[in-house]
Write a protein that binds this ligand. Structure first.
Ligand code: GUN
Length: 296
């Protein structure tokens, strides 16, 4: 069997088009554009690339994008002051502080300082609590993008066995909460899980988010299962070259799975699209403009 390849680029384009179509209604109602502010501290090259692409995508959706760049030696108090100023600024709908932060700054303190209703990353403990208790809030972009792709691929998820490999606050835990919210039977596997292959073999849905290149093997996968690969690992490809691979051994697993996301071109493109979605939802909510619950 050969799996259906889930096209994350196409899914992201579709979501971005739906977002862009909702922006003019907001502008008419609120008299301003939805605004996303991204804060980058220091000169980490990978972060700089991510932040630039977030800005470009925000503008392309017709939204206002601001990027605030601070030097690597910025103190925690300086960053907290900036976050509080952004919280108080009504033209700022969404705030994203790019991680990782320099080591003199406590990431948790910064995340906790962001107004939960502007927390488009969904990292604030209030938003984690809202997700866990089924209240409306912001959900981290990567797992929400994975859920959107799963629902497009499978329709209803209720009753399916889901195994999430990885228990990070950013992907694994919120992914498990989202799948539970869809009435899946959810297992969270991690580095201490006994007989991981046997656990994964139970799954109708596998979400791999561990950061270990090509760890998930073909004989771990129940035939026909849907496999979502969140990993982005750069590995040595010989002759001085590198290539990107996921956490799933794609070529072999795609012979067994029913559907699978590729790396690159799977989960990655959806993450930025969901960020724009969260920023637009923040704008509607914070400006008090009604938005149908299933609009986006
Ligand atoms: N660094 C890498 N990915 C992310 C993300 O999704 N949000 C933030 N704030 N920082 C990141």
């Amino acid at each position: 069997m050969s799996a259906t390849i889930i096209d994350g680029k196409a899914a992201a384009q579709d979501l971005r088009a739906r977002i862009a179509a909702l922006v003019p209604d907001f502008v008419t109602a609120a008299g301003r554009k939805p605004g996303l502010t991204v804060v980058l501290v220091g000169e980490d090259p990978a972060s700089a690339v991510y932040v630039r692409s977030k800005g470009v995508a925000t503008e392309a959706a017709g939204m206002k994008s601001d990027t605030i760049r601070l030097p690597a030696e910025t103190t925690q108090d300086e960053l907290l002051d900036l976050v509080r100023a952004l919280n108080a600024d009504d033209s700022v709908d969404g705030i994203l502080v790019q991680l990782p932060l320099p080591k003199q700054i406590d990431e948790n303190a910064v995340i906790a300082a962001i107004d939960p209703d502007k927390d488009v990353d969904g990292f604030h403990p209030v938003n984690a609590g809202r997700l866990a208790t089924g209240l409306p809030g912001f959900v981290p972009c990567t797992p929400l993008g994975c859920l959107m792709m799963l629902k497009t691929q499978l329709g209803t998820l209720a009753g399916r066995e889901a195994v999430v490999i990885g228990r990070s606050n950013i992907v694994g835990k919120p992914m498990a909460q989202l799948l539970l919210g869809e009435s899946c039977t959810v297992t969270i596997a991690h580095s201490k899980t006994r007989d991981l292959p046997a656990v994964v073999r139970r799954a109708d849905i596998v979400v791999a988010a561990v950061g270990r290149p090509e760890m998930v093997q073909a004989d771990w996968i129940k035939p026909g299962a849907t496999v979502i690969d969140v990993g982005i690992n750069r590995i040595d490809a010989g002759e001085g070259k590198t290539r990107l691979v996921g956490d799933v051994a794609f070529d072999a697993v795609s012979q067994v799975a029913g559907a699978i996301t590729p790396v690159p071109g799977g989960v990655g493109p959806m993450t930025i699209a969901v960020l724009l979605r969260n920023a637009l939802v923040a704008a509607y909510r914070n400006a008090g403009v009604p938005l149908a619950p299933d609009a986006i």
